[in-house]
Design a binder for this molecule. Structure first.
Ligand SMILES: [Zn+2]
Ligand SMILES: [Zn+2]
Length: 1023
């Protein structure tokens, strides 16, 4: 029996740790992750960026795995033959360092003590023991990788591919060995490619000046340098050819004060900037990339002064044996003794450091292997349109690099890696071969030695999209899965990896290696800081999954994947999605507990049934379209909204009377079918993001079909019921309004109160009377016509089609409440004043850490919003009636800061005395008008406006009819205005001369535009 058995009942709480490992194992054992080499289904392929064998899962890996697994699961459910290729990178230098360190610690030996062969044996042993940890960690995340195909960059097949690629590039004239200036790490004892050097900018340093005496004794020439010690390797002094100061010296010689050598003074317009330093520079062709080029132009001597360990060699004369950094002091002292020191000035510079060990990288002359990259890059430039880029701007980045590319130094002086397939005979012939040669084809010598160096790790991973599918053989898998469908990785390795795969893929396979390049952002802490051990802000994904489950971590990462270059991760958010998993669990429990007599053939009966099924269809459509655009965060957030708000908060609540048998059997059956349909469907939508909890629930549903949710079809398009959606939109807005007004006047949640609805369509609301009782906790619901008079002492929520009145008399002690609210307002205002004072202080804003200022600003906004709400509430308790025209009193804060609203309220209470103001366009004029104001000034305005609203309402109590009629005039206009042109409304308003109403209309229009907000996590601003 291959099915995993689950209990029919759901436990009371969802425990990810008990569930996740079982499903991960079961899916893999069942072969659900495995792709067919040949299949009727369309192919979808990706290669996982092979993590380093030394690695342990960090958030970057978790993000990569999450995004790719979402794509893989979605495509698999959509009928694709999905191959997501797992692999591990041998990570040459990193691994060698780990094993060397361990060797030193445990046995006190270096790799040289063991010798190459024994050392490599130890590395392999280490790899077998410790190197698979990261694969296990990927399994625990639920990554549906095709584990049967798992590869290692040093396994036999990969090694064969690497050797083949090297030999072919050599045959094609794209590979050469030459003595060149390269980046050398003295600590790791190896060459590095340009990309492996990090440039530390803005390093405070000094510009040191010293004099070279002219050889003929006619004077001196002063040079300026940031690295005085390299003067030991100088072979010229260069000036600009047009510099009048030095024109006469060009062609003369100077005498080296340490070695006594004579060096020429040359003119080099490319090298020398006459405005820099003294206008004369020393030239060290063997230790500077710029000087190297100058040395070639002028046929200078290339004098190497460094040993490979960073000490000075015999060319340094008296300084031989000293470290190249420590020698600076003694050298300067010697020059001073010789009377040649000409002073220093401060200088900032950029310093190249080894990416791996952080030591200062030395340009060094060395014989290395290089890939001639220009012809390869040219192919990428010509074929770049064969690839889609997400986000699109990376295309230009890639092209920029391709157009400025340098040859790629691929040899590394390490032991761990692919040893270079080149052999040297005793007569200096070079043999590059697929198989180990026995004799030199040129001289017949059998004294052959293989090049001891290994290849750059990125050389083997550059072949990954095709070497993993069998290349150099022409295999069915290669034909099926190349080009890969998507290459998804962090943008930080665009050049390291993506560019090299593109170059090598096009060269060897004559086709781009992937159709889509999808680059994701970097994960940072909640303040946008890079996570690092020294900062102590690292979030370890393993801790997180232990605490909240892999589903919660995955959902968090996916829902944030849409953020530009940084993903600011906050543990609270992960915790929030852990609650989300629980929410679904509880919803499923409820539905299953009320499943008795479930008949899958039943038809949806009520408008609630039709509505939730239609909303599910809408969510499915939006999810698919977001995924097709690689907008994973939009997809995740959309599903979240649907499940949390519509399914759990509304549909389940609305179906309770039917499920509890308070309605007809048909209605009960209809509610069961609707809930199971929406639940089962939304689990399938959610599955790619949260594979575990969805499988755990799905296996218990009576309406599932198939063995696993991961094989079930991804929800497709289906019919919508727009009529039901329209009606429910109206009802839900009214209920939401009643709820938020309840919240604002601090009614205990369980206190039932009567509701009075003034509506144009009594019949529609009559159908939903129970919903109001149930969801707005109404003791009774009275329906009235729109033209009937409004009672006093009521809190009101206004929608275009309905006004919801909560009569307050008898519910609260007005005097006590007034005292309480006034106190609260005073407290809020005091805090707000304090904050504003700080924020208005330019010195504070400039000096304080960014996050502190941000925090203060956010708090000020919060307080201003709170202040306004309190004032509104105060108006309610201090007046016999109040026209509450807020569409949604729990509106987001920024709107409450007056950014989108019309004229300040001071005008509102001043009767007809004020001058007419133009009606601002929504978010237009009003926003422009205030956009330059400081936040504090805006807050100030809000406070004064709020004050006057409250005062106005307290002092001036118009008759009930007056208020209501003005409110409804304003509302009518607002509605019309949103629908028709603003000018039309202006004209009409002017005609009526109702200035007050017009202002209200403008405010309301602006507000209406912002829409309602009742979501724990809004989609807004996450693009
Ligand atoms: Zn290093
Ligand atoms: Zn030979």
């Amino acid at each position: 029996m291959s099915e995993r058995r689950v209990e029919n009942e759901l436990d009371k709480g969802y425990e990810p740790a008990r569930v996740e490992p079982h499903w991960a194992r079961w899916w893999e054992e069942q072969g659900f992750f495995h792709a067919q080499d040949v299949s009727e289904k369309p192919a979808f392929s990706m290669v996982l960026p092979p993590p380093n064998v030394t690695g342990s899962l960090h958030l970057g890996h978790a993000l990569t795995a999450t995004i790719e697994d979402v794509l893989a699961r979605w495509k698999r459910m959509s009928g694709f033959n999905v191959c997501w290729m797992p692999g591990i990178d041998h990570a040459g230098i990193a691994t060698q360092m780990v094993v060397e360190r361990e060797l030193q610690k445990k046995e006190g030996k270096s790799r040289h003590d063991l010798g190459r062969e024994e050392f490599l044996r130890r590395v392999w042993r280490w790899k077998e023991q410790s190197g698979n940890r990261i694969a296990e960690q990927h399994r625990a995340l639920g990554a549906s990788l095709d584990w049967e195909r798992e590869r290692f960059t040093m396994d036999e097949d990969s090694s064969r591919a690497v050797r083949e690629a090297f030999v072919r590039l050599h045959e094609d004239g794209l590979l050469y060995r030459a003595e060149r200036l390269i980046n050398w790490c003295v600590k790791d004892g190896t060459a590095l490619s340009d990309l492996e050097v990090d440039h530390e900018e803005g390093v405070k340093s000094e510009l040191y000046k010293f004099a070279y005496p002219l050889a003929d004794g006619s004077g001196e020439i002063v040079v300026a340098t940031t690295r005085p010690e390299t003067m030991l390797g100088d072979t010229a002094v260069a000036v600009h050819p047009d510099d009048p100061r030095y024109k006469a010296m060009i062609g003369k010689n100077v005498r080296h004060p340490i070695s006594g050598r004579e060096l020429p003074i040359i003119a080099d317009a490319e090298l020398v900037d006459p405005k820099f330093g003294t206008g004369a520079v020393k030239v060290t062709p063997a230790h500077s990339f710029e000087d190297f080029e100058s040395g070639k132009r002028h046929h200078l001597q290339f004098l190497n002064i460094l040993n490979l360990d960073g000490t000075l060699n015999e060319n340094a004369g008296p300084f031989q044996g000293q470290d190249r950094i420590k020698v600076r002091g003694p050298l300067k002292q010697r020059l001073a003794e010789l009377g040649l020191d000409r002073g220093t000035e401060p200088h900032t510079m950029s310093l190249g450091r080894c990416q791996r060990c952080n030591s200062i990288v030395e340009p060094l002359m060395s014989k290395q292997w290089f890939v001639k990259t220009r012809p390869l890059a040219q192919q990428v430039v010509e074929n770049v349109d064969e690839m889609k880029f997400v986000p699109e701007n990376w295309r230009a980045e890639l092209l920029r690099w391709m157009n400025n590319i340098h040859d790629w130094c691929i040899s590394r002086q390490l032991w761990w890696g692919h040893q270079i397939p080149a052999w040297y005979c005793e007569n200096g012939h070079v043999i590059v071969a697929r198989k180990t040669p026995t004799a030199c084809p040129e001289c017949g010598s059998t004294q052959l030695a293989q090049d001891p160096d290994v290849l750059d790790t990125w050389f083997s991973s550059g072949l990954w999209p095709f070497s993993t599918f069998g290349w150099p053989d022409d295999t069915p898998a290669l034909r099926t899965f190349y080009p890969n469908s998507v290459m998804e990785t962090g943008f930080d390795i665009l050049f390291f990896w993506v560019a090299r795969m593109a170059m090598l893929g096009l060269h060897f396979m004559h086709e781009v290696p992937f159709r889509t390049v999808f680059l994701h952002a970097m994960v940072r802490d909640k303040n946008g800081e890079k996570m690092s051990k020294t900062r102590g802000n690292v979030i370890d994904p393993l801790d997180i999954t232990a605490k909240y489950g892999a589903d919660a971590l995955r959902f968090t990462l996916a829902s944030m994947a849409g953020q530009g270059r940084d993903i600011k991760l906050d543990e609270d958010r992960i915790k929030g999605y852990r609650f989300f998993a629980n929410k679904i669990w509880n919803a499923a429990r409820f539905v299953l507990m009320n499943a008795e007599g479930y008949d899958p053939r039943a038809r949806p009966a009520s408008i609630y049934d039709r509505w939730i099924i239609s909303r599910f269809q809408r969510c499915a459509e939006e999810t698919r379209s977001a995924l097709e655009q690689f907008q994973l965060s939009d997809a995740a957030n959309g599903i979240y909204q649907f499940i949390w708000n519509e399914l759990c908060d509304w549909a389940i609540e609305l179906s309770k009377p039917a499920l509890y048998g308070e309605k007809t059997p048909q209605e009960r059956a209809g509610a069961q079918v609707a809930l199971f349909t929406a639940l089962e469907g939304s689990l399938r939508l959610l599955h790619p993001f949260m594979p575990f909890v969805t499988e755990e629930i799905w296996q218990r549903l009576p309406n599932r079909s198939g063995r696993s949710i991961m094989l079930a079809p991804f929800p497709g398009p289906g019919p919508r019921d727009l009529e039901a959606e329209r009606e429910m939109d109206l009802i839900s807005r009214a209920i939401d309004g009643a709820r938020s007004v309840r919240g604002e006047i601090n009614l205990p949640p369980n206190q039932r109160i009567p509701l009075v609805l003034f509506t144009r369509d009594k019949a529609a609301f009559e159908r939903h009377e129970r919903a109001f009782r149930h969801l707005a906790n109404a003791s009774e619901v009275t329906l009235k016509g729109f033209d009937e008079p409004r009672p006093g002492q009521a809190a009101v929520h206004v929608e275009p089609e309905v006004e919801v009145h909560l009569p307050l008399a008898g519910l609260i002690d007005f005097a006590a409440e007034q005292a309480r609210v006034e106190k609260e307002i005073a407290r809020t205002e005091a805090e707000l004043q304090g904050l504003r004072k700080r924020l208005d202080n330019a010195g504070f804003v400039a000096r304080a850490p960014q996050e502190v200022v941000e925090k203060d600003r956010a708090r000020a906004e919060e307080l201003a919003g709170k202040r306004e709400k309190l004032a509104r509430h105060l108006a309610r308790v201090t007046t016999v009636e109040a026209a509450m025209e807020d569409k949604n009193p729990q509106q987001a804060m920024p709107e409450e800061l007056g950014m989108h609203r019309g004229p300040p309220a001071t005008d509102q209470s001043s009767g007809t005395a004020g001058t007419a103001r133009p009606i601002p366009e929504p978010g237009g004029a009003a926003q422009a008008e205030t956009s330059d104001e400081s936040l504090a000034a805006r807050a100030e305005r809000v406070v004064s406006r709020v004050k006057s609203i409250a005062q106005g309402l307290m002092e001036k109590l118009p008759s009930v009819d007056e208020v209501v009629s003005k409110a409804s005039q304003a509302r009518d206009k607002a509605v019309k205005k949103t629908k028709s042109a603003a000018a039309k409304l202006k004209a009409r308003s002017a005609a009526r001369g109702a200035k007050k109403a017009r202002k209200k209309a403008a405010r309301k229009t602006a507000r209406a535009k912002t829409g309602s907000k009742r979501k724990p996590s809004s989609r807004k601003g996450k693009k």
